[in-house]
Design a binder for this molecule. Structure first.
Ligand code: ATP
Ligand code: MG
Length: 590
């Protein structure tokens, strides 16, 4: 790949651990691991079958843990709304009854368009209990992306609020023939728009008992749309069997343990927010906190402090925004019980990993997965050493490899360490997606022989750690080098003036492509010629002339998806004056 060192930061050794993790010895756990044992750790139905909601709720209530706090919602005024496991179970049962009473059949699709609120959790679990397929939508979507997803997903039911319905969905309704029922949360009955039902009234009248449908493990459970970072979002279908990996990965990669107070900052409109925000903590029987508000550094520190969060799962953009706000702000609060920090969604630059030590006395643990993989596949674990900038090691039960695609449609494994290629996973883990909605050929094209091909480029070092190189589409080819945008961005982020960086290749007649960087500065720095030169020199020192950016442009903000990922394809399109493509998930669009 590049001639630059893999990581400028020394390995972070795990000598003293705050407490014994679920997986104290990665090597031993990996050797011993068997998905059948992971499945046996769950209840399942007598005679076979599996249901995610039964494992998330019924199992704990039956075991006498109904009184335990399941979720605490914290609103703008810092009012706390608590749901015990039993209260959530009752609420989900009511939803399951309402949905069943609408005459839906197995596999019919229920969509939600809700902010972070108790109803979202109840509807998710209620739909799963009723044997329906659930699909969450993000509330900031405008009418067009909503229409695309609702019609692609052939939604039969939508649960939303009156305000969101009136503003965004009502004008589309005529074009959504499959959408039979719209249920509105907390709508005043007098003002119920035509063609909608009062969810809250139905909910209050519904019985709190419901016998969970005995779904087969291979029955559809969840539909998620990808982030749309590289193009039009794809509808990804998961089955109930995924629960085995949801539970195992939350225990092994996030180290969720009894008594934890867990905070996942992702919105449930995205796969991370639903799998690890709503479902996984329930599967592990822990309590979680949900912030109903948007990102704000002081608020986040207050929440970590006052809610005594123990395990925190967030994203690189958020970490970089906290770094931008200054470490002093972090030090104004105390986090004596915080013991594990994790991050996902984008590459986490080494400085961000290490900044965790400065701010909280704990490093961030990067992990990698995709909507398609359904759960965390590669991670840094509580007991394994961290090489900052690396995604870590494959989850026990997951075989990863670096491969090269062959012209005949097969793949060749790349055994040599540090040689980049496509990141592949041996097919067959429980949360592997089972389809791209209406795109059978595209689904099949993701597999070659035994392997699922992720479309991401990575390399593996001699110790088995995986390093993200870039998305297939984002990698830059310059003068015979394969340049990782992540590596260039990381080098820029190591400079004290840089808050965020996005790097692309722009066409060059001689080198084929040259590296151009777009940089967002931290407060107090002016994007002038002197700083531009300084950054160019800084990057050249760290990366070498062949890899360092040839050009740097200062921008007020980078184009990002609503889930916080830098959209390099938009930077490229803008740079080249090309159409920007599908922008439905671009931040700031509604
Ligand atoms: P689309 O497929 O629509 O372009 P997307 O790939 O961003 O969108 P997701 O499934 O939400 O949709 O994201 C998965 C991708 O995010 C991965 O394929 C990878 O490119 C990136 N990613 C996730 N976690 C990490 C990580 N820890 N390090 C580097 N990249 C990551
Ligand atoms: Mg993708």
């Amino acid at each position: 790949m590049t001639e630059s060192p893999a990581s400028p930061v020394a390995v972070l050794r795990k000598d003293a651990l705050p407490r014994t993790p679920n997986m104290p010895d990665y090597g031993a756990a990996r050797r011993r691991f068997d998905w059948r044992d992971a499945r046996a750790a769950l209840e399942g139905f007598v005679g076979g079958g599996l249901n995610i909601a039964a494992e998330a709720l019924d199992r704990h209530v039956a075991a006498g843990h109904g009184g335990r706090l399941a979720v605490r919602f914290v609103d703008r005024q810092w009012r706390r709304h608590d749901l015990s496991y039993e209260a959530l179970w009752h609420g989900a049962n009511r939803c399951a009854r309402i949905l069943s009473s609408l005459g839906l059949g197995r596999g019919d699709r229920v969509f939600s368009l809700l902010g972070r609120c108790p109803e979202l959790h109840m509807v998710t679990l209620g739909a799963l209990k009723a044997g329906l397929t659930f699909c969450p939508l993000f509330t900031a979507f405008g009418p067009e992306p909503l229409h695309t997803r609702l019609s692609l997903g052939r939604a039969r039911v939508l649960v939303t609020t009156k305000a969101l319905y009136t503003r965004k969905v009502a004008p589309l309704r005529a074009g959504l023939p499959h959408l039979e029922h719209v249920l509105l949360v907390s709508a005043a009955p007098a003002g119920l728009p035509e063609g909608t039902l009062d969810f809250s009234a139905l909910w209050a009248a519904a019985d709190t008992s419901f016998e969970t449908v005995r779904t087969a493990a291979e029955e559809a459970a969840l539909l998620h749309f990808t982030s749309g970072t590289t193009g039009q979002p794809k509808g990804v279908l998961h089955v109930h069997e995924a629960v085995v990996a949801q539970h195992a990965s939350a225990r092994l990669a996030l180290d969720l343990q009894a008594g934890d107070r867990y905070w996942c900052t992702a919105d449930p409109g995205w796969v991370t927010g639903l799998i690890y925000g709503v479902l996984a903590p329930l599967l592990c029987g822990v309590s979680s906190v949900v912030d109903c508000e948007e990102f704000e550094p002081e608020r986040w520190y207050r929440l970590l402090d006052e809610e005594r969060v123990t395990v925190w799962y967030t994203a690189p953009t958020a970490v970089r925004m906290l770094m931008k706000a200054g470490t002093d702000l972090a030090h104004a609060r105390h986090y004596p019980e915080l013991r594990f920090l994790a991050s996902v969604g984008e590459p986490l630059n080494p400085e961000a990993v290490v900044w965790g030590m400065e701010a909280f006395g704990l490093p961030f643990h990067d992990n990698w997965w995709q909507t398609e993989t359904g759960t965390i596949m590669i991670a840094n674990y509580a007991a394994t050493d961290i090489k900052p900038g690396s995604m870590g090691l494959p989850l026990p039960g997951i075989d990863a490899a670096i491969v090269r695609r062959l012209p005949d449609g097969g793949v060749e494994l790349i055994a040599d360490a540090d040689t980049p290629g496509e990141l592949a996973l041996r097919a067959g883990w429980p949360s592997m997606f089972r389809a791209y909605l209406d795109q059978e050929a595209r689904y099949r094209a993701c597999f070659a022989g035994d392997w699922y091909l992720s479309g991401d480029l990575a390399r593996r070092d001699a110790d088995g750690y995986y390093w993200f190189v870039g998305r297939g589409d984002d990698v830059i080819k310059s003068a015979g080098h394969l340049i990782s945008p992540f590596e260039v961005e990381s080098a820029l982020l190591a400079h004290p003036a840089v808050a965020q960086a996005g790097v692309i290749g722009v066409p060059d007649p001689i080198a084929r492509e040259v590296v151009k960087a777009f940089v967002e500065l931290k407060p107090g720095h002016a994007g002038d010629e002197a700083l531009r030169r300084e950054l160019l020199a800084h990057a050249r020192r760290r990366l070498g002339a062949a890899v360092a950016p040839r050009e740097i442009a200062f921008v007020a903000s980078l184009p990002r998806t609503r889930s916080g990922k830098i959209m390099r394809r938009v930077l490229r399109a803008r740079e080249l004056g090309l159409p920007e493509g599908d922008l439905s998930t671009l931040e700031g669009k509604a």
